[in-house]
Design a protein. Structure first.
Length: 256
């Protein structure tokens, strides 16, 4: 199954906050800027840890009430902070929240049984280093897992499911004081999908950086029509930074 399947939000942060999932969940920046110190693509989002954030309007596609996965490249400059919001939705009774919590990876959600909180062991995160962090919640197997750089770092039983709360989704803050200081890149939310071990490996190897887009449309009445050109960029992990290793132009033609 392609990584793009069942995505509700895909923010590449390549100098814009457009949602590449197809759901139209484009973000609005409140103080957040862009940095060329990115992990994938040209830019990453950068937050000052005071009040910078990106907000996404309330949408059913962002409401989590069952299986889910979420991931982002994160690079903080201060692991002494209690909570730094990577991605979350809602404020009072939070639908879900994904954080760096001092040097740990933290995920929480509000359920019919109250708050459910899951935290990795200490030492998972250090300052000034990019990490790929992910969470998966499997409501069939009743298990939640946290990952860092393609390695499972936490697993626990979880028989509860998130309660939907109306409200905006955010990167960089949760409506309280959990401000992120540093950079985030390639933030993705999957609704009704639990990433497999193979999916997580593909994501780690740059799968989240695949970009497909229409480049041009050329029509000529005297020759077969080239109706579209599609450029595919595929990235893999090389050294510490994924790099583009292949660019192909694919042509589809029809006869006049």
């Amino acid at each position: 199954m392609a990584l793009i399947t069942n995505t509700s939000l895909v923010i590449h942060a390549n100098n814009d906050l457009l949602d590449s999932s197809g759901n139209g969940n484009n973000g609005t920046a409140y103080g957040a800027l862009f940095s060329t110190d990115s992990k994938l693509g040209s830019h990453a989002a950068i937050f000052d840890g005071i009040d910078d954030r990106v907000e996404f309007a309330d949408a059913t596609s962002l409401d989590i009430d069952g299986d889910m996965s979420a991931g982002a490249w994160v690079k903080t400059t201060d692991i002494t902070r209690a909570y730094q919001c990577i991605l979350g939705k809602g404020s009072t009774s939070q639908n879900f929240g994904f954080y760096i919590r001092d040097s740990r990876v933290h995920f929480q959600f509000y359920s019919s049984a109250g708050w459910r909180t899951h935290v990795s062991p200490t030492g998972a995160i250090a300052n000034n280093t990019y990490y790929r962090v992910l969470v998966t919640l499997d409501t069939v197997a009743d298990v939640i897992k946290l990952y860092k750089d393609n390695v499972e770092i936490y697993s626990a039983a979880e028989a509860n499911t998130p309660v939907v709360e109306a409200g905006v989704a955010r990167i960089g803050g949760d409506g309280g004081s959990s401000w992120f200081i540093g950079k985030t890149d390639e933030t993705i939310l999957w609704k009704n999908r639990v990433l497999s071990v193979a999916d997580i490996a593909e994501d780690w190897n740059g799968g989240a950086g695949i970009e497909i887009g229409v480049e041009s449309i050329i029509l000529n009445p005297f020759v077969p029509k080239v109706i579209q050109t599609v450029r595919t960029q595929k990235t893999i992990q090389t050294d510490s930074k994924p790099k583009v290793i292949q660019t192909r132009n694919l042509y589809k033609a029809v006869k006049t």
